[in-house]
Ligand binder design. Structure first.
Ligand code: SAH
Ligand code: SF4
Ligand code: F3S
Length: 480
């Protein structure tokens, strides 16, 4: 049996954080007005889910959320390190927020997340951003109440970064989710894959899975609270459970969660092709609540590049995998991530990528220009192509996908689809008043009478564009 390497934060330590929250809350109760907090999140869904935890702790401590940083008493910026562009944006915004101290010196400014987990970044903050009060890394998130209390009690500015990549799992802390019918549900943290271009394993630590009973309990709460579109999160959900040593894999977890009664949809991301299995597709196809949606990033269509990326599959095995997935789910909505301009990528390599795009017939593609991340193996790989060549490949990729997208969207014309209404639309014509998502996650603008957020409706698609489908309501009801 595999050793259970997951580390749960002991109950006493969680209790200590709850106690710190109580102390801050008492402090805030004495203020003439309720203090405000502002959060800004960069990066992926995992970071959004983390911000919801931070917001939950702040709300518990008596702070009220504001969307105006200028008014806030506590500002939290949750950062992303995946590409240079994201890091530049964070530093730009930090300049603005630290200026708020010109007029309100008591505002507490916090930076957290993946970016600050890197030493060269914390050095830069130490030197160039003296007005940032609390910096805490990804492994220290659950310590936030304690850190805030220390700072409120007058401690020097705080740098709380744990370098231990093993990481922990903290259960039982509050969460403040966005209003609406969508919720994130983390099932695991970290990544063990070390794709050679990627910073995530360095800043998020090793893979660790939450216990299935904790995940199921949270799902039951979400369903009871009325959430209808629930996304299971992990950097590589397909390796769920490997560290638990209880003989449960991701498909088993999905099947267990799917058995929870209620009117809701279950999605998950991200899947890694090297660990996605036929068993997973069968579980999806047989599920009652599981959406026929798969985000299966292939990154490159060249075997030489895939090898240098350390992805663990070939173009051929990837294409066979998606063919299998479509066999089980002919209505599958498929999406992928692609990196253009990985070190040493040739025109021929790039043609392989275009070939997968054409064969894969994706509904959605997320395309990125390679960004060098210091400390990763790819950062020291030799590169040949010029920035102009890379940009040209990128543009050709977008153009290829645009044609495919239009065809895929057009194919939905006159089809009947189940849509979950999740918001009001900003469509200028005033006819399509609401928006929603299909089972596969496609955006639909909807017209009909008496529509409410959280309704499942059947629509017939009467118009399509690159961006959205347009449908009118035929009837209401959830079909599991
Ligand atoms: N765990 C997920 C992806 C997380 S990062 C997975 O493996 O699928 C999201 C996407 O960012 C990646 O899929 C990749 O396409 C892109 N990405 C990661 N590092 C990058 C880099 N250094 N430069 C450009 N894109 C990158
Ligand atoms: Fe990064 Fe690869 Fe892990 Fe995804 S699987 S987070 S791309 S190292
Ligand atoms: Fe960015 Fe961290 Fe997510 S680096 S993509 S926020 S895991």
């Amino acid at each position: 049996m595999i050793e259970n390497t997951s580390r749960q934060v002991p109950k006493e330590q969680i209790a200590r954080q709850l106690d710190c929250m109580e102390q801050v809350s008492r402090h805030n109760a004495l203020l003439p007005e309720k203090p405000l907090f502002f959060c800004q999140t960069f990066g992926c869904q995992q970071n959004e889910a983390d911000t919801e935890r931070i917001a939950g702790m702040l709300a518990e401590m008596g702070y009220v959320r504001t969307e105006d940083a200028q008014q806030a008493n506590v500002i939290v910026v949750n950062t992303c390190a995946v590409r240079e562009h994201a890091e530049k944006r964070v530093f730009g915004i930090m300049g603005q927020y630290t200026h708020i101290k010109d007029t309100r010196s008591d505002v507490i400014i916090c930076m957290c997340g993946c970016m600050v987990q890197q030493e060269h970044i914390t050095e830069k903050i130490k030197k160039s951003y003296p007005r940032v009060d609390i910096v805490f890394g990804t492994h220290m998130l659950w310590h936030f109440p304690e850190l805030l209390l220390q700072r409120l009690n007058g401690s020097k500015r705080i740098f709380a970064i744990s370098g231990d990549p093993k990481g922990e799992i903290a259960e039982g802390l509050p969460v403040q989710r966005d209003a609406g019918c969508h919720a994130w549900l983390s099932i695991m943290y970290g990544c063990n894959n070390f794709c050679t271009y990627c910073i995530v394993p360095y800043v998020r630590g090793r893979e660790r899975s939450r216990r299935p009973e904790d995940i199921e309990a949270e799902l039951r709460c979400l369903v009871a609270e009325g959430y209808k579109d629930i996304t299971l999160l992990g950097q590589n959900v397909n390796s769920y459970g490997k560290d638990l040593g209880i003989g449960m894999d991701f498909s088993d977890l999905l099947a267990r969660l799917d058995a929870v009664e209620g009117e809701y949809r279950l999605r998950f991301m991200t899947s890694h092709p090297k660990d996605a299995s036929e068993k997973l597709f069968a579980t999806m196809a047989n599920g009652k609540h599981i959406s026929h949606q798969l985000h299966l990033p292939f990154q490159s269509g060249s075997d030489a590049i895939l090898k240098r990326m350390n992805r663990g599959y070939t173009k051929e095995s990837y294409l066979a995998l998606i063919a299998k997935a479509k066999e089980y789910m002919p209505d599958l909505v498929l999406s992928s991530d692609i990196i253009v301009g990985f070190p040493g990528e040739t025109e021929e390599d790039f043609q392989g990528t275009l070939d997968v795009v054409r064969q894969g017939q994706y509904d959605v593609l997320y395309t990125f220009l390679y960004s060098k991340r210091s400390g990763t193996p790819a950062a020291s790989m030799p590169d040949g192509a010029t920035p102009e060549e890379k940009q040209d490949r990128f543009n050709r990729l977008l153009k290829t996908q645009e044609g495919i997208n239009q065809q895929r969207q057009d194919a939905y014309q006159d089809r009947e689809l189940s849509v979950l209404i999740d918001g009001l639309s900003n469509s200028k014509d005033g006819i399509y008043t609401h928006c929603g998502r299909t089972d596969g996650g496609l955006l639909v603008l909807v017209r009909g009478d008496d529509l409410h957020i959280g309704d499942f409706v059947d629509v017939v698609i009467e118009k399509t564009s690159l961006r959205a489908l347009y449908g009118s309501v035929l009837g209401k009801g959830y079909h599991g």
